[in-house]
Write a protein that binds this ligand. Structure first.
Ligand SMILES: Cc1cc2nc3c(=O)[nH]c(=O)nc-3n(C[C@H](O)[C@H](O)[C@H](O)COP(=O)(O)OP(=O)(O)OC[C@H]3O[C@@H](n4cnc5c(N)ncnc54)[C@H](O)[C@@H]3O)c2cc1C
Length: 286
């Protein structure tokens, strides 16, 4: 097995594009090394991206935030401006594993591992986050929801590396939130999760919303009918009941020892409702 730690993204993309056999990007390694140790994969080439300068920082830009793909999740929670603008996105990143895991892991690794239960993804999608993808010849920017195509599968082509995640500047009176259900309080994988982002108009009426569920289908589910149910309302009980019903209808979960289909479906509605209320309070500045 060859290990490379390039200093530039172009070099990383070049190495991956020319690789013969199986090649993987290595970020925090908290998924990849576990899979290697379990004998699930045997890479011929590992391209460590933690030394690439353009991937190492969180920056506030004129249009929002740029989070370098090698930035550990712990650093997101330590960034006051990011926490203030996108508390739900930070919540998702800071629920991954433990402090030790968060000191290494990245939200891009969480996304590209492509688990339906990935904690950072629903809130990123609700926030309208984008992935900056660099290939050996060109750079493209795609919506985060277009990265994962199924469990363990992404739309990235040979040689492509995600350089950064961008988040828009939140509109005034906006808020977001992320919640997950796990049988244990720590170190567990989401049985169901929900991310909600919304913006208020005059008199506390919801003007815009995005409701996203995790762990209830092969990829995250954007529930447009749930968003529609709360737009034009102040999140009264009737609107919340409609939102919950829309979320339940959008679920296509698996049935396993961690949760039955019925349980996951019901909890999806409950979590989306609670996340919407938290996002609403945040949007009002409470
Ligand atoms: C003890 C433990 C607890 C955990 N708890 C949770 C949890 O609560 N919630 C949760 O969601 N996950 C959890 N995980 C899984 C894991 O920690 C996360 O998915 C983490 O975010 C992966 O990030 P990483 O940087 O370590 O990725 P890596 O392991 O380095 O990479 C993961 C995948 O993404 C690809 N990749 C990484 N970076 C890039 C890039 N820039 N461009 C293209 N492809 C890339 C890699 O090639 C690989 O296929 C846990 C893992 C452990 C070991």
């Amino acid at each position: 097995m060859r290990y490379e730690a390039p200093k530039s993204i172009k070099e990383a993309a070049g190495l991956l594009a020319k690789a013969k056999g199986s090649a993987f990007v290595l970020a925090g390694g908290t998924d990849l090394l576990v899979r290697m140790k379990a004998g699930m994969i045997e890479p011929d080439l590992l391209v460590d991206v933690k030394r690439i300068a353009s991937m190492q920082s969180v920056t506030k830009t004129a249009t929002g935030f740029r989070i370098g793909a090698a930035v550990p999740s712990a650093a997101l929670g330590e960034n006051a401006a990011l926490r203030k603008a996108w508390p739900g996105v930070v919540e998702g990143a800071n629920l991954i594993g433990s402090d030790q895991i968060q000191g290494r892991c990245t939200i891009v690794g969480n996304l590209c591992n492509a688990s339906p239960a990935a904690d950072s993804v629903p809130a990123m999608v609700a926030a309208g986050a984008k992935a900056v993808v660099v290939g050996p010849k060109k750079k493209r920017t795609i919506a985060v929801e277009d990265v994962v195509t199924g469990p363990g599968r992404t739309s990235l082509k040979k040689g492509e590396v995600i350089e950064a995640i961008t988040l828009p500047k939140p509109a005034p009176k906006s808020g977001d939130a992320y919640l997950r259900f796990t049988p244990r309080t720590e170190m567990d994988i989401a049985v169901v999760s929900a991310g909600v982002s919304l913006t208020l108009g005059a008199k506390g009426v919801v003007k815009k919303a995005r409701v996203v569920l995790g762990a209830v289908a092969p990829t995250v589910v954007i529930v447009s009918a749930a968003a529609k149910a709360i737009v034009g309302t102040k999140l009264d009980d009737a609107a919340l009941a409609k939102l919950a019903a829309a979320c339940e209808a959008a679920c296509k979960p698996i049935d396993d020892k961690r949760g039955t289909i019925e349980f996951r479906t019901e909890v999806a509605g409950v979590l989306a409702r609670r996340a919407a209320l938290i996002a609403y309070q945040r949007a009002k500045g409470e």
